[in-house]
Design a protein around this ligand. Structure first.
Ligand SMILES: CC(C)(COP(=O)(O)OP(=O)(O)OC[C@H]1O[C@@H](n2cnc3c(N)ncnc32)[C@H](O)[C@@H]1OP(=O)(O)O)[C@@H](O)C(=O)NCCC(=O)NCCS
Length: 170
């Protein structure tokens, strides 16, 4: 039986763990995330800390016995006319933990969190067409495809669409 905790936010003194999981996910699944691994390697301690403390992002982490094994974020908008929208970003589960409903759990927990906070009408998510598990996961949780940019991303000589998915909250 898995005993995995969800942490909402991380104290800034744990910035190295945040850095390490971001480096892990951009190495393991380089096609899924921006900025990429090489760009992240250039960030300073202060930049990592300021990311972690950025009030526009609420980070959710999965922790197994003190080790971060997954993460995701909710990004809010700064302008008043967009504040009823949030973006779900950076969904990642360590490969050894996949297929155990943890990605679904992180997404359901973010939906519940947003509902509890109130004031949000739309949850938006941008997913590359190559990320089948993520597309399926979001569809299963009620997200609908609302648009796509054809051939937006190029990876290893192939083009992939950028798919926009939306969940309208009641
Ligand atoms: C996407 C990701 C987070 C899913 O995490 P996970 O914990 O393995 O997913 P879950 O076990 O919660 O699965 C939930 C649903 O996702 C879909 N799914 C998961 N893995 C899948 C796969 N290999 N193929 C097709 N669908 C899959 C299914 O709909 C599944 O529901 P089901 O078990 O009832 O069939 C994980 O694969 C990952 O980190 N991928 C790399 C990074 C990435 O693409 N992130 C998304 C950025 S938008």
């Amino acid at each position: 039986m898995l005993e995995i905790n969800t942490l909402i936010g991380l104290p800034v003194d744990r910035w190295k763990e945040y850095r390490d999981i971001r480096l892990e996910m951009t190495k393991n699944d380089s096609w899924a995330f921006t900025p990429n691994h090489e760009d992240l390697l250039k960030l300073s301690e202060e930049e990592w800390k300021s990311e972690l403390e950025d009030k526009r992002n609420t980070y959710f982490f999965l922790e197994d016995s003190g080790v971060l094994v997954g993460m995701s974020s909710i990004r809010t908008h700064i302008y008043n006319q967009f504040k009823h929208n949030v973006s779900f970003d950076m969904l990642y589960v360590n490969p050894e933990y996949r297929g155990r409903d943890l990605g679904k759990r992180l997404t359901e927990e973010r939906i519940d969190y947003v509902k509890e906070q109130g004031g949000v009408k739309n949850v938006i998510c941008e997913i590359f067409s190559s990320q089948i598990p993520s597309l399926e996961l979001h569809k299963q949780l009620g997200f609908e495809e609302v648009g796509r940019i054809k051939d937006f991303a190029q990876y290893e000589g192939k083009y992939f669409d950028s798919v926009f998915m939306q969940l309208e909250l009641a």
